[in-house]
Design a protein around this ligand. Structure first.
Ligand SMILES: Cc1cc2nc3c(=O)[nH]c(=O)nc-3n(C[C@H](O)[C@H](O)[C@H](O)COP(=O)(O)O)c2cc1C
Length: 171
């Protein structure tokens, strides 16, 4: 399938089947994370793969009760280390969230290629997630992502190209 077709098929899955992810597919996702670009190739991240139900139950609470966190066979917590990342994007901001988001996006698309669905989780209490996963003080929980098989379908659309693209100068 062409990459853009795959992107159009992807959606945020909030209900998952009770089906485990094969080890070779998990390894494929790890490669997608590993080969992501980062500012100055700092690779300022660590990805925690969580399958244990007790930990997922606690994470569900830390993710404001979002039920599918427990349902998904895999939750990936993306931890960034701002001290290690490129500190001056455009001369004024730290690249950490961009770096980690690129890696997670690569994993999200690799997952879709393997017929897995995902959901970004931005609604979480960082302090609680850090405590549950024993993330060191200098780590930052950038996002979590559920991964699994879903029979849901896309519900969302997107803005028209004319609203988001302009040429040569801003207009
Ligand atoms: C940074 C970010 C944080 C998000 N956080 C959540 C979340 O906490 N819970 C949730 O159900 N969806 C979350 N989403 C999913 C978005 O709501 C979803 O991508 C958007 O509505 C478009 O829908 P689609 O992904 O199905 O196309 C998040 C997405 C992004 C990119």
């Amino acid at each position: 399938m062409e990459l853009v077709e795959l992107m159009k098929k992807r959606f945020s899955a909030r209900k998952y089947e009770d089906k485990q992810i094969p080890k070779e597919v998990e390894d494929y996702l790890i490669q997608a994370l590993k080969w992501a670009p980062s500012g100055k190739n700092t690779q300022p991240w660590k990805f925690i793969f969580i399958k244990d139900n007790e930990i997922k139950e606690r994470l569900k609470k830390a993710c404001k009760g979002q039920k599918y966190v427990l349902e998904a066979p895999l939750v990936v917590a993306a931890i960034g280390f701002p001290e290690d990342s490129y500190p001056a994007m455009g001369g004024y901001w730290n690249a950490i969230t961009v770096d980690v988001s690129i890696a997670l996006t690569q994993m999200m698309l690799a997952a879709k290629e393997k017929e897995l669905d995902t959901c970004w989780i931005g609604a979480f209490y960082e302090k609680d997630v850090k405590e549950i996963l024993e993330v060191p003080e200098n780590g930052m929980v950038v996002s979590l992502m559920t991964v699994g098989y879903s029979s849901q379908e896309r519900k969302t659309g997107r803005k028209d190209e004319s609203e988001i693209i302009c040429y040569e100068k801003y207009s």
